[in-house]
Design a binder for this molecule. Structure first.
Ligand SMILES: Cc1cc2nc3c(=O)[nH]c(=O)nc-3n(C[C@H](O)[C@H](O)[C@H](O)COP(=O)(O)OP(=O)(O)OC[C@H]3O[C@@H](n4cnc5c(N)ncnc54)[C@H](O)[C@@H]3O)c2cc1C
Length: 407
């Protein structure tokens, strides 16, 4: 039997591709190695699923590596289209800080359940626990898809096998091998949106401390190569959290990331002069209190000991004993607290993969291969990745929609 369309990978891109193809009248077979759809989607947004972002679609492009490639797909299936797809079919959404869009129920399980219902509604045939191991295009133009269970034949194929990150969810980079065997160039995959290992061993003492509204910079040879504002959290290995994940995207681009300094500005809303005035007031108001106690008004408590150590400041000096020199040290530490980059965390913990199928070889209007007719790509397998905030799922859904419509 020759299938009309086989979609490989039941993540968000493959699911949307299947729905969009079925809606345009095609008979679709969706295959996944896992026992159910959307295993990575279940983890999205820490189990809450940040589906997309509500900023105007014109503002999306610069949130991505290779964002221009997505322009056409986003205009064919925008964030508004995606939100309507969910809400018009019964999954209510809400918008949170940073224009991030979540299901009202705050549960990625509900998103996956919804998508499963949509697949059933549109009569997409599902085949789970079936790992694809190879794809060939035969002389007669039909694709032969070799799986652990069978050989399947199809007129068109959509490769939606994801990247290499969080491999336990099924995305182990298999799709790159298939694409390469069919003649495509694979841009070296690297982990992005991941935490940063720091060289300072004492950082473990700060494990679990979270920071809000800080600015984190990556600096090389005195030059700022990237900066992000937002939340961060110290971990057993170094630092993570949304601002750090986004910063990892510029570091991933560097050929030689040694020598990077990570600078934390604990008070980005205050310039040095304003911060100095604030300190003078704090020390005046609390003239008989110790520095370590006064600092509680400026920093999370468990951070203070190491902070003062870094500036070789005694925590016991009183507010009215602090000299101009010591104030300068405090300001410099608050505005530019320097840590030493060691490396990025690996694929096991990266939220997305940069690299993959070269976008130069894919038609952005259809997601069809420019090399092999009838072969389409969708989602993270492509060399496209976005910031945190719902941008990666939107890219997966939009490219999936376009591939499904055209396959
Ligand atoms: C912890 C975590 C949290 C995240 N949170 C968010 C978030 O809140 N918002 C956001 O926008 N993005 C988020 N992301 C990123 C987002 O989930 C991914 O970018 C998105 O899932 C990519 O979709 P995809 O369909 O391309 O690939 P995947 O979701 O990776 O799906 C690929 C599918 O292909 C299957 N497959 C692979 N190889 C084979 C094979 N050989 N045979 C058969 N099947 C195969 C896999 O089993 C898998 O089901 C998060 C990622 C992680 C890891």
């Amino acid at each position: 039997m020759i299938n009309q369309l086989v979609v490989i990978g039941a993540g968000p891109s493959g699911i949307m591709a299947s729905i969009s193809a079925a809606k345009s009248g095609k008979k679709v077979l969706l295959i996944d190695r896992n026992k159910a759809i959307g295993q990575k989607l279940l983890l999205a947004g820490a189990g809450r699923c940040n589906i997309t972002n509500n900023i105007p679609i014109e503002e999306f492009f610069d949130k991505y590596h290779n964002g221009d490639f997505l322009r056409n797909a986003f205009y064919q299936f925008s964030n508004t289209d995606l939100m309507n797809f969910f809400s018009e079919n019964g999954l209510e959404l809400e918008i949170e800080k940073g224009s991030r869009v979540f299901p009202v129920t705050q549960s990625s399980h509900d998103v996956v359940k919804f998508l499963r219902q949509q697949l059933e509604k549109h009569k997409v045939q599902l085949w789970f626990r079936n790992r694809v191991v190879g794809i060939e295009k035969q002389q007669n133009g039909i694709f032969k898809i070799i799986t652990k269970k069978a050989e399947i034949f199809s007129k068109s194929v959509i490769l939606a096998t994801g990247g290499k990150s969080y491999p336990e969810t099924g995305s182990k980079g298999d799709g790159y091998k298939f694409a390469r065997s069919l003649g495509h160039t694979i841009i070296k995959p690297v982990p992005v949106l991941c935490g940063i290992n720091l060289k300072e061993n004492w950082i473990r003492a700060w494990q679990g401390i979270s920071l809000k509204n800080v600015e984190i910079k990556a600096i090389v040879g005195g030059k700022i190569i990237g900066k992000e504002f937002g939340e961060a959290i110290f971990t057993h290995y170094g630092i993570s959290g949304p601002a750090v994940l986004n910063l990892s995207r510029v570091i991933a681009d560097m050929k030689n990331p040694s020598g990077i300094k990570i600078s934390i500005d604990f008070k980005p809303a205050l310039d040095e002069k304003t911060l100095d005035i604030r300190l003078i007031n704090e020390f005046r108001k609390n003239s008989n209190k110790s520095l370590k106690n006064i600092m509680k008004n400026l920093l999370p408590e468990n951070l203070i000991e190491e902070f003062l150590l870094m500036g070789t400041l005694s925590g016991n000096i009183k507010g009215n004993q602090i000299t101009v020199e010591q104030r300068k040290i405090i300001i410099s530490l608050l505005k530019n607290f320097i840590l030493t980059f060691d490396s990025l965390r690996g694929f096991k913990e990266a939220i997305v993969t940069r690299g993959g199928v070269s976008i130069d070889e894919v038609n952005p209007k259809t997601m069809e291969s420019k090399i092999v007719q009838g072969l389409f790509f969708a989602g993270e397998i492509l060399d496209v990745d976005g910031k945190t905030g719902g941008f990666n799922l939107q890219a997966a859904f939009s490219t999936g929609f376009v591939a499904g419509k055209n396959a």
